[in-house]
Design a protein around this ligand. Structure first.
Ligand SMILES: Nc1nc2c(ncn2[C@@H]2O[C@H](COP(=O)(O)OP(=O)(O)OP(=O)(O)O)[C@@H](O)[C@H]2O)c(=O)[nH]1
Ligand SMILES: [Mg+2]
Length: 363
């Protein structure tokens, strides 16, 4: 039984994995191919990507807790259900944005333990041109710990194909420069260029992965080596859900902006950064706000804004930070307090989890 194509998409935080999965499944559905998304993230619940993808019409199954690299049985059960009960023909999953080793832990494991059951499409790394500048000859300093360069490189090195995303932000000369760089640094790995936001290149990307299978190679990328451990030590994960209420209707977009700006200010003051901060806030009716910040030096990106004022909002925030978990926890508490005070809102915190990638069992 080999009638389900499965593809894993990796790539650094904020590169556009979720946006790419949404765009690719939309394209597949428009071709009459039944497609689903597995949204994989670290944390127990209240994860922005799964909720947001659902609003985009995608059929999303979250796999939470840890990386699918370490949840093979859950992954296989999910794939079988999507295939056998929901009739999916293609399923795309991401892995968390600081993750490496998916080729080995997911593809090699499926190939070894469930040989032939799933057709494995090329293992993809999505690359953000802005982060690539760190490993390009200019060796740009983008205000992230230098240990992150190892992750940028390892994610691309283990891919069957690299997808250069956000090309809507590049002119023709820049596109050529990035594609040349990737081609020469990672010889033998095909490079595709897309804009998951505008849809440019998505049809070619879908043609590509439907027509290719992964070679399921074993590649040495230094998994669990000193550089990998050093990079993971720098990262913390934070998921919170809180409820805000006004005494009169307020502008939900303005509140989300005030909240993110409060986090930004506190991170800058602490000389820390957050490679991806995501907010999904549900207002009254069908209204919602989705915003992303891919680092303290960049503008807030609104993927969706509320149109009418609201009296209350359920706010989900996920932060993936280059910051110690204790400090991040304090920063987030302060940011909620400051932004609610400034906006004249009451708040109630329902759920928080905050952990350093190596907080347990470290040294
Ligand atoms: N300009 C532009 N922005 C994009 C594109 N693709 C994604 N983005 C934006 O980049 C930000 C991050 O995109 P996501 O799809 O959430 O990134 P991700 O890789 O899933 O991030 P993590 O889940 O944190 O690892 C969002 O604000 C997106 O709207 C693109 O093609 N062009
Ligand atoms: Mg994502």
């Amino acid at each position: 039984m080999n009638n389900l194509t499965f593809m894993v998409i990796g790539g650094y935080l904020g590169a556009g994995k979720t946006t790419t999965m949404i765009a690719a499944t939309k394209e597949l559905e428009s071709r009459g191919v039944k497609a689903g998304i597995i949204a994989n993230d670290l944390g127990i619940k209240d994860l922005v990507d799964a909720d947001y993808s659902q609003t985009q019409g995608a059929d999303v199954t979250p796999i939470t807790g840890g990386c699918i690299c370490y949840q093979t049985q859950t992954l296989v059960d999910t794939l079988r259900r999507l295939r056998d009960v929901e009739g999916k023909q293609v399923v795309i999953s991401d892995i968390p944005g600081c993750g490496i080793g998916g080729l080995d832990h997911v593809y090699n494991t499926l190939d070894r333990e469930y040989t032939g059951e799933f057709q494995l499409a090329p293992f993809i790394a999505v690359a953000d041109p802005e982060r690539l500048r760190v490993i390009m000859p200019e060796q740009a300093d983008i205000n992230l710990p230098q240990e992150m360069a190892y992750l940028f490189d390892a994610q691309l090195k283990e891919a069957d194909a690299i997808v250069l995303n956000k090309i809507d932000l590049l002119d023709d000369a820049q596109r050529a420069e990035y594609i040349d760089f990737l081609g020469s640094r990672y010889p033998g790995i095909p490079v595709l260029a897309i804009s998951a936001r505008t849809g440019e290149g998505i049809s070619d990307f879908v043609d590509f992965f439907l027509s290719q299978t992964s070679a399921v190679e074993v590649r040495d990328i230094g998994y669990d080596g000193p550089e990998h451990v050093a990079a993971e030590k720098k990262m913390s994960w934070y998921n919170r859900r809180f409820f805000v209420k006004g005494s009169e209707p307020f502008d939900g977009n303005a509140f989300v902006t005030a909240f993110i700006e409060a986090v930004r200010g506190l991170l800058i003051a602490a000389k820390r950064n957050a490679p991806h901060l995501k907010v999904f806030a549900i207002a009254s009716g069908d209204e919602f706000v989705k915003a992303s910040l891919i680092g303290v030096d960049y503008p807030i990106e609104f993927d969706h804004e509320a149109v009418t004022p609201t009296i209350s909002m359920r706010v989900i925030v996920n932060v993936r930070a280059a910051c110690e978990s204790k400090l991040l926890g304090r920063i987030m508490d302060q940011a909620v307090q400051e932004s609610c005070d400034a906006s004249g809102l009451d708040y109630n915190i329902f759920f928080t989890e905050c952990f350093g990638m190596l907080d347990e069992g470290l040294e």
